[in-house]
Design a binder for this molecule. Structure first.
Ligand code: TYD
Length: 234
């Protein structure tokens, strides 16, 4: 390992209810004395937030959409995620590349191999995370990809998610998709989990909020990243 940071992503279809738990986890880590970078995708930098607006609002073909999302991701990784990890912080990221495989890949039907290639290019470490001895950026000998240490996946049936979202706000380009789209996205997450089982924690997001929160905490406590006493304090 070349840094002492932790990278945790949060995933799930729209309406799965991840936001409050991300804030809760940030507070739990801060109470435990860790510095936290709270961020999101698409977004997290000035440039990436501009790209987010385009992706969520303007009509475009799936390749353009995927390229803009990965362009935003590159800027985010280089400017925010890698430096925070290098400083030893906990990075909590509302969505990351699993969302691209689920939404653009499974949802839109875009070529998964192209997405894998973009993932390798955009998340190539290329020394961004430093070397073990001096923590100075260096060129790694083996090609490594920056990806989450843990992905907390809020799994919820698309029909339930649609009910939660109904009437809550003006839907963006994704939220306004029919429920069949979210069935494909949900299946995309299942496939991603199968390919990356070691870093995925699936949470049954149909439970009441406090039960979901206990599962979120448990996923982190099990890794040894937070003390078990945290769950008593929350
Ligand atoms: P979301 O994270 O749900 O934020 P908010 O709660 O503010 O709506 O919205 C981001 C949307 O972007 C969501 O509908 C999923 C979509 N998205 C992709 O299609 N591909 C991606 O790679 C990412 C990160 C998000």
């Amino acid at each position: 390992m070349t840094h002492h940071g932790l990278f945790i992503s949060f995933e799930g279809i729209d309406g799965a209810g991840k936001s409050t738990h991300i804030d809760g986890l940030a507070n739990a880590f801060r109470s435990g004395g860790r510095a936290v970078t709270l961020t999101r995708e698409p977004g997290g930098t000035l440039l990436a937030e501009k790209l987010r607006c385009l992706v969520l609002e303007d009509a475009m073909d799936p390749l353009t959409e995927s390229l803009l999302i990965f362009a935003a991701r590159r800027d985010h990784v280089v400017r925010v995620i890698a430096p925070a990890l290098l400083r030893g912080e906990v990075v909590l990221c509302d969505r990351f590349t699993d969302a691209t495989f689920a939404y653009q890949g499974a949802g839109r039907g875009f070529d998964l191999q192209v997405l894998s290639t973009l993932e390798r290019w955009v998340q190539a470490d290329e020394g961004l995370l430093g070397d073990p001895a001096g923590n100075q950026p260096m060129k790694p000998e083996v090609e490594t990809v920056i990806e989450p240490d843990l992905t907390i996946w809020f799994d919820l049936p698309p029909e339930d998610a649609a009910l939660r979202l109904a009437g809550s706000r003006v839907p963006d380009r994704f939220e306004s998709q029919p429920v069949e789209f979210f069935h494909r996205v949900a299946q995309g997450y299942v496939q991603r989990q199968q390919g990356h089982a070691e870093r995925f924690a699936r949470i049954d997001a149909s439970q009441v909020r406090d039960a979901v929160w206990q599962c979120v905490l448990q996923a982190v406590v099990e890794k040894g990243w937070l003390g078990a006493e945290v769950s008593d304090k929350t």
